[in-house]
Ligand binder design. Structure first.
Ligand code: ADP
Ligand code: MG
Length: 624
């Protein structure tokens, strides 16, 4: 079999990434090429990989189309719809367990396992097989280039455990996950809806075994899921089943009961029904064929679109009911929806399109293939994450905090993690030393309390500050993240208006896995970090106090008694010692700080006195 040549990618595999739609029924890979996303498939093949796995008696499991074929002859060793089990324990999968042909158990971590041919497989391992198949097909379509970076989509309603299971599946498959994104968001990206300044989008996704509708809000290219609703047991399979039921009733007069209950027979019937359903999407009528030579069955029946639509109408109504609920949850009226996007193979059914259009009173987007649109959107996201250009980058939130290193090596967080972008924040800073004419800014990313434990994003200098006592200059530092995820940090000294700035791309070269491990590290070190941070802040404070005391003594030493002077001298010695060498622990520093504060109380009082006198005698504060 030949494969499409994409020579533009020669040896550039490091700079490209795949988008993968890991579906309940079908999975698909896509990639950015020549200014648009394309589905990757071997020549003469639709490219999608049925999410099915067959376990032969010996040897490697078969994945995809081959597995689906083998399900006809050996349904007992074929698994479908593994996605339903991702991130789930045994107790949560009762409903789906009935349709699994093998025993289920749970491992010591509470993860469901499928017992096949004497071996146990987690949903993560099985999904990894599907991902490997999609990846393999995609790489073949690329002429054998190995691409390992991927963006994978998940339903908007997936919880953290399900998303993590998806990440794990990718890891098992040897793929490097750049990001997990929501399917409705991916579909919207494929249509370029992120280019809208703002708007509300309804994404209606009717797949093989699941239905969901999501209401998204777009604001300056940023997507937010306002509401999602659906039915994880409503999809194209139910449309097939409606036809199967009719056929079974009619066949019951012709076939023995044991044949009617046979798994392989039912599987053939289901496939025949699906084929008929798909034909009905393009033709006003179609035949449902059933040919099972081994049991001498030769049967066919004509369905008109009208008859099928009557059978399907209740199913479609159920999806619209979910749409109503999603809108209510999003607190929006139908008229406030600006775009409707159709996703999922089952939205090719004309009756579905018509009903959805009537419900939203708006023509839905159908320009792209509904069963490809999610993979295409994932490819758009992958392209952008690899530094590719497209007008707007999707980065709904900042996954890590952004801040500045302050005196003593602590971090001042300016933009907190999980802030929706675009966003901005401004903080005031000042100088630590007298007559400091420049400040160096060290921009860091991460959740740790000390700058040395965070990721450095950049450094820049603001110079030309007029010499002033420490603490006098006022420097406003502004962090701004635009819709493209670009961070601009601007520092401006107020009295002179002098400013400096730097631009950095915070997410460059940072994978999901790295973000995750940074978050985990912050969590693990929370206690130590807290102490280290306190120590750093205390040392800074002691430094300020020591210098203020030295300066104060110059003005008011004469007004203090001997004992007070000795206390202050002692405290200063302790303070200076604390500022030298390695950072003492927080408890020691706290004691030194308190000692300084106590010892200098009379000095502060004396200074206040002279300030008051100075004010009365018309002197300016700075002359005191
Ligand atoms: P999923 O997202 O659940 O993995 P897909 O989006 O690939 O699934 O949708 C698969 C479903 O779409 C199947 O039930 C299939 O029968 C149905 N389907 C595919 N093409 C058509 C068509 N032309 N007309 C009607 N249904 C279709
Ligand atoms: Mg899907």
């Amino acid at each position: 079999m030949g494969f499409i040549e994409l020579n533009v990618l020669n040896n550039a595999a490091q700079n490209v990434a795949l988008g993968i739609d890991l579906g309940t029924t079908n999975s698909l890979g896509a990639m950015w090429k020549d200014g648009r996303p394309i589905v990757l498939h071997p020549e003469g093949d639709s490219g999608y990989v049925p999410s099915a796995i067959h376990f032969p008696e010996k040897g490697m499991p078969a994945v995809g189309r081959r597995a689906r074929e083998l399900a006809l002859v050996d349904p007992a060793h074929t698994l479908f719809s593994i996605k339903r089990f991702m991130g789930r324990g045994l107790a949560e999968t009762r409903e789906d367990a009935a349709s699994v042909p093998c025993p289920l158990s749970e491992n010591e971590n509470g993860v469901v396992q499928f017992e096949m041919r004497g071996r146990k497989f987690t949903p993560q391992e099985l999904s990894a097989l599907i991902l490997m198949k999609v990846h393999d097909q995609a790489c073949k379509a690329l002429g054998g280039i190995e691409v390992t970076k991927v963006v994978i989509t998940v339903p908007a309603y997936f919880d953290e455990a399900q998303r993590q299971a998806t990440r794990d599946a990718a890891r098992i498959a040897g793929l490097d996950v750049l990001r997990i994104i929501n399917e409705p968001t991916a579909a919207s990206l494929a249509y370029g809806l992120d280019k809208r300044k703002q708007g509300n989008v309804a994404v209606y996704d009717l797949g093989g075994g699941t239905f969901d509708v999501s209401v998204l809000r777009i604001e300056e290219g940023v997507f937010q899921v306002l509401a999602t609703h659906g039915d994880t047991h409503l999809g194209g399979d139910d449309f097939d089943r409606a036809l199967v039921e009719v056929a079974r009733k009619e066949l019951s007069a012709l076939l023995a009961p044991n044949v009617l209950e046979d798994r392989a027979f039912l599987q053939s019937l289901r496939l025949a029904a699906e084929k008929c359903k798909i034909e009905l999407s393009n033709a006003p009528e179609a035949y449902m064929h059933l040919a099972m030579p081994e049991s001498g069955v030769q049967w066919r029946r004509n369905f008109t679109r009208g008859e099928a639509e009557a059978l399907w109408a209740p199913l479609i109504e159920r999806t619209l009911h979910s749409c109503q609920r999603a809108l209510a949850d999003a607190k929006l009226k139908v008229a406030q929806i600006d775009e409707v996007v159709l996703v999922g193979g089952s939205t090719r059914i004309p009756a579905v399109r018509e009903r959805v259009e009537r419900f939203f009173n708006r023509k839905p987007h159908v320009e792209l293939n509904p069963d490809e649109v999610v993979a295409l959107g994932a490819a758009v996201q992958a392209h952008v994450l690899m530094g590719g250009t497209r007008e707007v980058l999707l980065m709904d939130v900042t996954p890590l905090s952004l801040g500045l290193e302050t005196m003593g090596g602590a971090v001042a967080k300016i933009i907190n993690r999980n802030s929706t972008i675009p966003c901005q924040a401004t903080e005031g800073f000042t100088t630590y030393a007298d007559n400091q004419t420049g400040i160096e800014f060290h921009i860091v990313q991460g959740e740790r309390e000390l700058a040395k434990d965070c990721r450095t994003l950049g450094r820049f200098k603001l110079s030309g500050i007029p010499p002033m006592p420490a603490g006098m200059p006022k420097v406003a530092v502004r962090f701004h993240i635009d819709a493209n995820g670009m961070l601009t940090v601007t520092a401006k000294e107020e009295s002179t208006g002098k400013s400096a700035r730097i631009e950095v791309q915070p997410m460059n070269g940072l994978t999901d896995a790295q973000v995750e491990s940074m978050l985990n590290a912050a969590y693990r070190h929370a206690r130590d970090d807290f102490d280290a941070r306190r120590a750093a802040d205390l040392r800074t404070e002691i430094g300020v106090m020591v210098r203020a005391t030295e300066r104060g003594l110059g003005h008011a030493a004469g007004q203090l008694d001997r004992e007070t002077m000795l206390d202050i001298q002692d405290a200063l010695v302790a303070g200076r010692a604390a500022l030298e060498g390695a950072l003492p622990d927080a408890t020691t520093l706290q004691r030194v700080r308190d000692q300084l504060e106590r010892a200098t109380l009379p000095l502060a009082a004396a200074l206040m006195d002279s300030v008051a006198k100075a004010a009365l005698s018309g002197k300016k504060l700075s002359e005191v």
